[in-house]
Design a protein around this ligand. Structure first.
Ligand SMILES: [Zn+2]
Length: 503
C-alpha cells in the first residue's frame, strides 16, 4: 500500500476565498482539529500577505506539533524570508514557493520570458533550501502550461533542492483523463522526479477537483492538496473528506491509503463550517446532513436486512456516532468530562468546571443535552475573544400589532449601560439598541440562523457578518432563545472589531 500524503490548505486557500475571515484564535482551533485528524501538512497561511496572516502561521508553527507546518511564498526573496521568519519555530517547517508557468500568466501577469521564470524559480528554491530543509515548488496554472516546459522547470528546481513538486490545476480546467496523462508524462520526463514527492492541487470550477486529484493518485501522485468542506478560491478546492473516503472505500482500486483518522472527519467539517460561517450543503458527499440518511422505503427495508445493500461506508467511519446516550441535568461532572474526552476535547479541571456550569444552565432549559450541544458550548466558552461589551439584560416586545421595541443593558468595560430602540422587527430593534451603546457604524451584511441541535428546545445558532470601516467580521451566538442568540452573535462580531482596532 502506498501512503498518500494529505496536505490541508483550509487555512490558506480556504481562508482566502470570498467571505471568509478567521482570526488567529480561530485558525489555531482549526489547526488543532487538523492535527487530531492527522493530516500530514497544514498550510497555515501566506505569511507576507498581512500581519494577521504572519501571526497565524507563527502561532500554529509554535503550538502544533507532530505535523508539518507550511507557509506560502511567491518566488521572491522577501516572501521567502517572511515565510521562514514565521515558520522557524515549527517542529517540521515547509516553505511552499510558486511561480506561474503558463504562457498566458508569464506574458500578461509576470511580464517575463520562460527563461527568466526558470531562473527566478531556481533562485527562489535555492534560497529557501538555504533556510529550510523542506521546500515545495508549485508551477501555478500548470494545467495550461506547456508540458515540456513543466518538465524543464521541475527538473531545474529539483536540482536546486526542491523536495516536493506540486502540479496545480489553478483554474479548474483539467479533465481527469488528461490530468492523469499529464502526471504520467511528468513522471516519465522530468529529470530527478523519483527523488521527490509529486503533489497535486486541484480546483473545482468544473466540479472535477476530487476526480482530478484521484486520477493523479492512480497515476503516481504522492500527495493531494485539499480543504475541509472543499472550501477555497471561487468554486473551491478538492474536498479532503471526499478524497480520503474515496481512497479508503476503494483501497483495492488505489492500492493506497492515507494516515487520516477518518473518525475525526465529521467533527472537522462541523468546526470549519461553524467558524467560517459557511454551511455545508445537505447533499454534500460524506459530510452533508443527508449523506447517510436513507429515506426511500425500499432502501430502508434493504438496510434493515443488511446495511451493505445501500451503504458503502458507515457513518461511524467519519465519526458520526450512532450511540445516542443522552446527557441531562442529572449527569455529573464525570459524565460530562468523559463525553468531552470522547469528542476529542481534553480540557483541564478548570475548563471542565467552566463548561460544567454552562452545561447545568443548559440542562435546566432543555432536558437532553446532545453531543452537538456540548461541542457548541465548548466553542462558545473558549472563543477567546476579550469582550468589551457583554450582554447583561435583554427585553423585547413584539407582535403583529405593536412596534417591535428592545431594551438592552450591556456591561461596557464592567460598567452597565442601558438603551432602548424600535425597529422593523425584534432583531433589528435589538441591533439598533446595541448600536446606540457601542456608537460604532456597523453594517449588517449577512444574518443566518440555524438549529444546531434537534427538538423544540434546540439550541439556535446565529451567524452574522458585519462590516465596519471596510473590514468584515463574523460573529456567532448560541442560545435556546433566538433573539438572545442574535444579540450574542452581533456582540461577538463587535468585540472582534474592538479588538482589531486596539491592535
Ligand atoms: Zn489554490
Amino acid at each position: 500500500m502506498r501512503m498518500i500524503k494529505i496536505f490541508d490548505t483550509t487555512l490558506r486557500d480556504g481562508e482566502q476565498s470570498a467571505g471568509i475571515n478567521l482570526n488567529v484564535e480561530e485558525k489555531l482551533q482549526i489547526a488543532r482539529q487538523l492535527a487530531r485528524l492527522n493530516v500530514d501538512i497544514i498550510e497555515a497561511g501566506f505569511a507576507i500577505v498581512s500581519p494577521g496572516d504572519f501571526a497565524s502561521v507563527q502561532t500554529i508553527a509554535r503550538e502544533i506539533k507532530g505535523v508539518t507546518v507550511c507557509s506560502l511564498a511567491r518566488a521572491v526573496k522577501v516572501d521567502i524570508e517572511r515565510a521562514w521568519e514565521a515558520l522557524k519555530e515549527a517542529e517540521n517547517p515547509l516553505i511552499h514557493t510558486f511561480i506561474a508557468t503558463s504562457d498566458i500568466h508569464m506574458k500578461y501577469k509576470l511580464n517575463k520570458s520562460p527563461d527568466q521564470v526558470v531562473a527566478m524559480a531556481v533562485e527562489a528554491v535555492k534560497y529557501a533550501r538555504g533556510l529550510c530543509p523542506n521546500v515545495e515548488f508549485s508551477a501555478e496554472d500548470a494545467t495550461r502550461s506547456d508540458w515540456d516546459f513543466l518538465c524543464r522547470i521541475f527538473g531545474e528546481v529539483i536540482k536546486a533542492g526542491a523536495t516536493v513538486i506540486n502540479v496545480p490545476d489553478t483554474v479548474g480546467y483539467a479533465m481527469p483523463s488528461e490530468f492523469a496523462r499529464l502526471i504520467r508524462y511528468l513522471k516519465e520526463n522530468t529529470p530527478g522526479i523519483d527523488k521527490v514527492s509529486l503533489s497535486v492541487h486541484c480546483h473545482n470550477d468544473l466540479g472535477l477537483a476530487v476526480a482530478n486529484s484521484l486520477a493523479a493518485v492512480e497515476n503516481g501522485a504522492d500527495q493531494v492538496e485539499c480543504t475541509i468542506n472543499g472550501l477555497g478560491e471561487r468554486a473551491g478546492n478538492a474536498a479532503l473528506e471526499e478524497v480520503v473516503m474515496a481512497i479508503k472505500t476503494r483501497a483495492e482500486n488505489f492500492k493506497a491509503d492515507t494516515r487520516i483518522v477518518t473518525e475525526q472527519i465529521y467533527r472537522s467539517s462541523r468546526l470549519v463550517s461553524t467558524l467560517t460561517g459557511k454551511p455545508v450543503q445537505h447533499n454534500k458527499a460524506i459530510v452533508g446532513s443527508n449523506a447517510f440518511a436513507h429515506e426511500a422505503g425500499i432502501h430502508q427495508d434493504g438496510m434493515l436486512k443488511n446495511r451493505m445493500t445501500y451503504e458503502i461506508m458507515t457513518p461511524q467511519s467519519i465519526g458520526l456516532s450512532q450511540s445516542n446516550i443522552v446527557l441531562g441535568k442529572h449527569s455529573g461532572r464525570h459524565a460530562v468530562k468523559n463525553r468531552l474526552l470522547e469528542l476529542g476535547y481534553n480540557l483541564d479541571e478548570l475548563e471542565i468546571e467552566q463548561i460544567y456550569q454552562r452545561f447545568i444552565e443548559l440542562a435546566d432549559k432543555k432536558k437532553e443535552v446532545t453531543d452537538s450541544d456540548l461541542e457548541a458550548l465548548v466553542r462558545n466558552e473558549f472563543q477567546a475573544v476579550a469582550d468589551r461589551f457583554e450582554l447583561e439584560y435583554l427585553h423585547v416586545s413584539t407582535g403583529n400589532s405593536t412596534i417591535p421595541t428592545a431594551t438592552i443593558r450591556l456591561k461596557v468595560d464592567e460598567t452597565p449601560v442601558q438603551e432602548a430602540s424600535c425597529g422593523d422587527g425584534p432583531v433589528d430593534a435589538v441591533y439598533k439598541a446595541i448600536d446606540r451603546i457601542t456608537k460604532l457604524k456597523v453594517k449588517l451584511d449577512e444574518y443566518n440562523i440555524k438549529a444546531v441541535t434537534s427538538g423544540e428546545d434546540a439550541l439556535g445558532e446565529v451567524t452574522v457578518k458585519v462590516r465596519e470601516n471596510g473590514n468584515a467580521y463574523i460573529g456567532r451566538g448560541l442560545s435556546t432563545d433566538i433573539i438572545e442568540a442574535s444579540a450574542l452573535a452581533y456582540l461577538h462580531a463587535i468585540n472582534k472589531i474592538i479588538r482589531a482596532s486596539n491592535k
